[in-house]
Design a protein. Structure first.
Length: 417
């Protein structure tokens, strides 16, 4: 079949790769001059299969309310005169209960495992190099209360078969000795040795090159303005929600603006090699060769990606300031490369994957902060669905007609077959 993929980030390019594997004729349409120049450009670099808890949980509403007054808070909700933002927020609140949390975690873990195996297969087949480090992810806590919460979260994830190990302070420093300067302020941590890290932009761009070499057509600097409903099958990418409203398809996706700072290492031997999660600031720290990437925070404030406003500057500067607290003098903090990108997020963190209510239009969007983690598997799953097969994982794929009115809970509970 002739298949058009909208968007050349990790989701779109992975979809294109697996569609080529299935023997389809693929065209990728991207508004930027190259692949991976938006959401996939400078993210946290983590493949976090075992750290995939949804934002929505029983304690989230109180935290979000408290953080609304802090410009540098981990999750900043800026109310706007935007009905789509408020509908998303109501759906988010509907997911903030223990039953929904457990249900969502189960699907995220299933998709993450499937995607990790898919990524490993692509890397083995292509030999792509992208500053990959298979050292796991270490989540450390700076207070006893946060550590106790982390212990409980680890127990929940182990119930889903995830190898998340609880560590004391000394064990944390054994896993990542570079934290020694901050060691007296660490209460403990959790560690997932099977997770990894790597540069999503480099991987995506190299995979796009291989797709082109196999016959895929990439139409860069092409904006999608609308649809001809008699056209070919379509996989939808990053700006999915506003694009599809003209077709009467209302997806519960809203952009979460994330920030990152990438800095050159002055003392590489003293820098961390294990990918880190700092619970206090809710940020990821990943080693990319002779650079370090600090990324995190989420700002629900529309489609703005600028970093020159007062709030944006505070959030960027907070990333650099925190890294200097953790690793004093290790990186060149005088010339950080700041970046902000929009992460298309659903209220329950589950992406839409599968058929829309229009028979030849397919969805692969809403991956939020887990796009790099779930990219390969989502592309593979959608390619299999388009080719008439059901992927071998327990996930609620879209398949039946989506309602023309926005539902309260975005993800259908019944799988497509």
């Amino acid at each position: 079949m002739k298949v058009i993929v909208l968007g050349a980030g990790i989701i779109g390019v992975a979809t294109a790769w697996y569609l080529l594997e299935e023997g389809h004729d693929v065209t990728v349409v991207e508004r930027q001059p190259g692949a991976a120049l938006e959401t996939s450009f400078a993210n946290g670099a983590q493949i976090s299969v075992c750290f995939c808890e949804p934002w929505a949980n029983a304690g989230a509403p109180l935290k979000v309310a408290k953080w609304m007054l802090q410009d540098d808070s981990p999750l900043l909700f800026r109310p706007r005169l935007d009905p789509h933002q408020w509908r998303w927020a109501l759906s988010f609140l509907g997911q903030c209960n223990d039953a929904a949390f457990a249900r969502n975690v189960q699907q995220l873990v299933a998709l993450g495992r499937y995607s990790h195996e898919s990524l490993k297969s692509v890397v083995a087949a292509t030999g792509i190099e992208y500053d990959r480090l298979q050292r796991g992810i270490l989540h450390f806590f700076s207070s006893a209360a946060d550590y106790e919460s982390g212990v409980k979260a680890a127990a929940l994830m182990r119930d889903h078969g995830v190898d998340r190990r609880v560590l004391g302070r000394d064990e944390v420093l054994q896993v990542e000795p570079a934290l020694k300067a901050f060691g007296d302020r660490i209460h403990g941590g959790t560690y997932t040795p099977s997770d990894e890290s790597g540069d999503a932009r480099v991987f995506t761009q190299k995979l796009a090159e291989r797709c082109a070499a196999r016959g895929a057509t990439f139409l860069y600097e092409h904006d999608v303005l609308g649809f001809d409903k008699s056209g070919s099958k379509t996989a939808a990418g990053s700006f999915t929600a506003p694009l599809l409203r003209q077709l009467g398809i209302y997806l519960d996706i809203y952009p979460a603006k994330g920030y990152s700072a990438t800095m050159r290492l002055k003392r590489p031997d003293d820098a961390s090699v294990v990918s880190l999660l700092d619970d206090t600031r809710k940020i990821a720290i990943s080693r990319l060769g002779d650079h370090i990437r600090i990324a995190g925070t989420a700002e629900m404030a529309g489609y703005d990606t600028s970093i020159d406003g007062a709030t944006s500057r505070k959030r960027c500067e907070a990333l650099v300031r925190r890294y200097e607290q953790l690793f004093p003098g290790v990186a060149d903090t005088t010339q950080p490369n700041f970046w902000a990108g929009l992460r298309p997020s659903t209220p329950n963190n589950l992406p839409y994957i599968g058929r829309s209510k229009i028979s030849n239009l397919w969805l692969n969007a809403g991956h939020g902060t887990l796009g790099w983690t779930h990219g390969a598997g989502s592309g593979r799953a959608l390619a299999e669905l388009i080719s008439g097969r059901r992927p071998q994982l327990d996930y609620g794929f879209c398949g039946e007609a989506l309602p023309s009115r926005r539902p309260l809970v975005a993800m259908p509970s019944r799988s497509w077959a």
